[in-house]
Design a protein around this ligand. Structure first.
Ligand SMILES: [Fe+2]
Length: 448
């Protein structure tokens, strides 16, 4: 149902937006901009004339923006492939974008790292209309060598990171409803107003690409092991092993590219796209006394492991943020280090998003902070705090009760070993788990 003009004007006024500015340029004006843009050779990645001509002709013929039109590389998005039909965006959708950008403006000057603000200027994503992906894609390619791949919804982690290994960034074509600050699913606001500006931060682009390359290595190892397997059961276990590794590698991505903070001139600043696409979380991530903020050095293996072993939920603002000591330290995240952290994490107990753990360099202990053993007490007393604590407690107690030798083998990997779980909890869990009182699908599944 579309909102009436008066209602739209009221929303616009509330966010400091002029509704008249939410009318996009005509198709012919955008094509003229595109022609001029494609001819620009004074950029890090100029587009060859024949490729630019083909790209322009695609746009001029009225076809929607396609994937991989600017390089030899491509990616098969399968059922997730989608297109931006720019002319079909309503005034309401452009207004939703404009309100988000306007609200962001009020927070990011105070909270965003300086590189983000520079990147945003470069890609001209601060206007009052949804960006035209033909123009945006060409700008991103020219400046960074990355391209957009349009998708219809959140995509599986394996496909997401496959895109990254080929320098494609998946973007949706859907704009959030009016006045929605936080979304679990990505939308144009998250993908474009959040992520795109961060492509210009070399350390962030490096982490993104190397997560893609880590995925390639993990799945190539999976395929080799699968070929040597002698039964379907073995092959299924190998597939779960690889998916589990990608899950833990993805946490490093989550706590940096999506929800990372960085020290800059002695101040904490946001660079994570998940934070910056939500004006509310932009303020919260730095000012809130509710959340934990922990300083880390991602060039240190033990700090990287802290990220890979920390579970989280996506349903609300984060409870713990990790603050990088500098962007430069992120340059140390090679695919091999990401995989190593994920493989080590497979054998260790995990922390939850509310925990402060021994060895943490804590900047802020949030109101929500709990110690590492809180989750076990709550599980035993049937006092769940949230799904993250419950699943981490079950997972960890399964490792403690079923794989104590592995636990001893890897215990030295942590900065400081977590405190012992009280023996009465371990014994209670052993008996309860034997009665199948807990879900069977909670990891780890592959430690035998
Ligand atoms: Fe994201």
């Amino acid at each position: 149902m579309s909102l009436g003009q008066t209602h739209l004007e009221a929303i616009a006024a509330k966010h400091g937006v002029d509704l008249n500015d939410c009318q996009p340029a005509s198709r012919s004006e955008r094509l003229a901009q595109l022609k001029q843009l494609l001819a620009d050779r004074q950029v890090p990645h100029p587009i060859p004339t024949d490729v630019a001509d083909h790209y322009y002709n695609l746009a001029a013929s009225g076809q929607p923006f396609g994937v991989g039109s600017l390089s030899e590389e491509n990616v098969d998005l399968g059922e997730y492939a989608n297109f931006q039909h720019y002319e079909q965006y309503s005034l309401e959708e452009h207004l939703s974008w404009a309100c988000l950008v306007s609200d962001q403006q009020k927070t990011k000057l105070r909270y965003a790292c300086r590189e983000y603000l520079a990147g945003e200027q470069m890609f001209e994503i601060g206007g009052s209309v949804i960006p035209d992906y033909y123009l945006l894609n060409a700008r991103i390619f020219q400046q960074t060598g990355w391209q957009l791949s349009t998708v219809n919804k959140i995509i599986p982690a394996e496909l997401f990171f496959t895109c990254h290994s080929r320098r494609f960034f998946p973007v949706t074509t859907f704009m959030r409803p009016q006045e929605q600050d936080y979304l679990e699913e990505p939308d144009i606001g998250h993908d474009v107003a959040g992520h795109v500006a961060t492509f210009t931060i070399p350390a962030v682009a490096h982490v993104m690409r190397n997560h893609g390359l880590a995925r390639d290595l993990i799945y190539s190892e999976r395929d080799d092991m699968s070929r040597a397997a002698t039964s379907d059961d073995q092959r299924q276990a190998i597939a779960r092993w690889a998916d589990e590794l990608l899950l833990y590698a993805g946490r490093i991505y989550w706590f940096t590219v999506e929800f990372g903070l960085v020290m800059q001139d002695g101040q904490i600043r946001d660079f994570g796209a998940g934070i910056l696409s939500s004006p509310g979380e932009t303020r919260y991530s730095i000012d809130s006394i509710e959340s934990n903020r922990i300083l880390i050095d991602p060039s240190c293996d033990k700090d990287l492991l802290r990220l890979a072993t920390t579970d989280y939920l996506i349903s609300e603002y984060q409870k713990t943020y990790f603050v990088m000591k500098s962007f430069e330290q992120l340059e140390s995240l090679t695919p091999e280090r990401i995989i190593q952290a994920a493989k080590t994490a497979q054998h260790l107990p995990h922390f939850t998003w509310r925990e402060i753990v021994p060895g943490d360099e804590v900047l802020n202990v949030g109101h929500i902070a709990v110690g590492p053993n809180e989750k076990y007490f709550r599980l035993m007393a049937n006092l769940p705090l949230d799904a993250c604590l419950t699943r981490a407690a079950i997972r960890n107690l399964r490792i403690i009760t079923r794989h104590p030798a592995k636990l001893r083998e890897f215990a030295g990997a942590f900065q400081v070993a977590p405190p012992e779980v009280p023996p009465q909890i371990v014994e209670w869990f052993r008996a309860a788990d034997a009665r199948h009182e807990f879900p069977q699908d909670i990891l780890p599944l592959n430690m035998e």
